[in-house]
Each structure stands twice: as C-alpha cells, then as structure tokens.
Design a protein around this ligand. Structure first.
Ligand code: B16
Ligand code: MG
Length: 216
C-alpha cells in the first residue's frame, strides 16, 4: 500500500482564529485612524503577520520606520494572544475531529501547514497537538503561500512523496500552493472562490469518511 500524508492548514480549516486576528488588527487600526472592517480583514486570511501590517499601512497611506513597524507587529500579536490564551477544544470547527480521528485510527500521518507563528500553541490550546507528526508554521517558512514551500517541508517531514499528499485549505493562495506542490487539494469554503481545488466542501460536516478513505 502506498504511503499517503494529510496536511492541514490551521486558521479557517481546524479553528476559526480569523475573528481574533480581526479584533487585534482592528484595535491597532482604530488607534492609527485607519479604516478597517471585516471585509478588509478577508485580505488578511492565510497571509503572514508582516504582510498583514504592510497591507494595513498601505490602506492608511502610512509609512513608518522599521523600528515602529516591528513594535506594531509585537503589539498586535500581544493583543491576539490574549484571545488565543482563552481558547479550548470547543473551538475546533465542527466534524474536524471526525476526520482527524479516522486518520489517526488508520495510522495515516498528519502534518500542519500554516502561516501562523502561533500555530503550535493554538494546537496545544485546543488539545490537537498529539495528532500531528509534523508542525510546519510561520517560524520555519521563508516563502509565503502561494509558494509551495510550507507543504513541501511538511511532506518531507512526514516522509511522504508530494504527489501522495492531500492538503486541506481555506485560502486561494493555499490551494495554489498545494497545486504547485503537486498535491491533491481540498478547498474548505466557497466553491466559487476555491475553484482551483481538486475538491471543495463548504465545511467538514459535508465530508463523508468514504471520501477520506478513497484518498488513502
Ligand atoms: P500569526 P493560516 C494565518 O493562518 C491567518 O489566516 C492569517 O490571518 C495570519 O496573519 C497568519 O496566519 C499569521 O498568523 O500572526 O499568528 O503568525 O490560515 O495560515 O493557518
Ligand atoms: Mg487558512
């Protein structure tokens, strides 16, 4: 039997931390007088923290020194962590454990592939860290999605060939990264937006375990 690996994005796939990112960015935006709403926050999904701040400052037409830029990155993350520290297993998105438990029971290796530098502590908070053989996050990756780097590192750490990996992603850039890595891509969200994915589901409640079995 060929060895397959499953790779999961974090925000928007396993948990919905976008709301907490929004609250933390909104606080900074309000303080700087930059108009920022949930629609603008859509542009931040799957994007690195540094790139998010660059976009925010572009929205406000603000240019700052590297020192100030770095200080605001720290400030935003400290506010974000106040929310993350309150997270528990109740925040795992519906039916995600159904799929993770199936894979675990069948000894199919799993990895996380996320842009977040807080990924490991979020997994710990929601008690899912033991499920993952590899956690590849914003600390290890130098090229952001849509570059396939994050998923290629995850495949290497799992010891599985890229073409035998399946990626679950909610962001367009993440689907592109998975496709460029030569992996099977499963889009979680709107099929009209994630049209380049090999398969799409609105959420995990729509995923049948027969579908997972067929991919293994
Ligand atoms: P952090 P994902 C991404 O998570 C978020 O979607 C994105 O909004 C965030 O800016 C990025 O992580 C970095 O997060 O500030 O915690 O390093 O979808 O790649 O799991
Ligand atoms: Mg995501």
């Amino acid at each position: 039997m060929k060895k397959v690996g499953f790779i999961f994005d974090l925000d928007g796939v396993i948990v919905d931390t976008a709301g907490y990112h929004y609250l933390a960015w909104k606080k900074l935006a309000d303080r700087l007088g930059i108009p920022f709403d949930e629609e603008a926050n859509e542009r931040f999904k799957g994007v690195s923290r540094k790139r998010c701040l660059e976009i925010l400052l572009e929205l406000g037409g603000i240019q700052v020194s590297q020192e100030q830029f770095d200080a605001w990155l720290v400030e935003k993350n400290e506010d974000y962590l106040l929310y993350i520290n309150e997270m528990d297993a109740s925040e795992i998105l519906p039916d995600v454990p159904k799929v993770l438990n199936y894979l675990k029971d069948h000894q199919i290796p799993m990895a996380l592939g996320s842009a977040s530098k807080n990924a490991r502590s979020i997994l710990e908070k929601v008690q899912l860290l033991p499920y993952f053989e590899a956690v590849v996050d914003g600390n290890q990756v130098s090229k952001a999605k849509p570059d396939p780097e994050v998923f290629l590192i995850a495949a290497r750490e799992l010891g599985v060939a890229p073409e035998d990996c399946v990626v679950f992603e909610d962001a367009v850039a993440g689907i592109e990264a998975a496709n460029r890595a030569g992996m099977t891509s499963v889009g979680i969200g709107d099929a009209d937006i994630l049209g380049d994915a090999s398969y799409t589901f609105t959420d995990f409640t729509k995923i049948d375990l027969e579908f997972i079995k067929d991919l293994t």
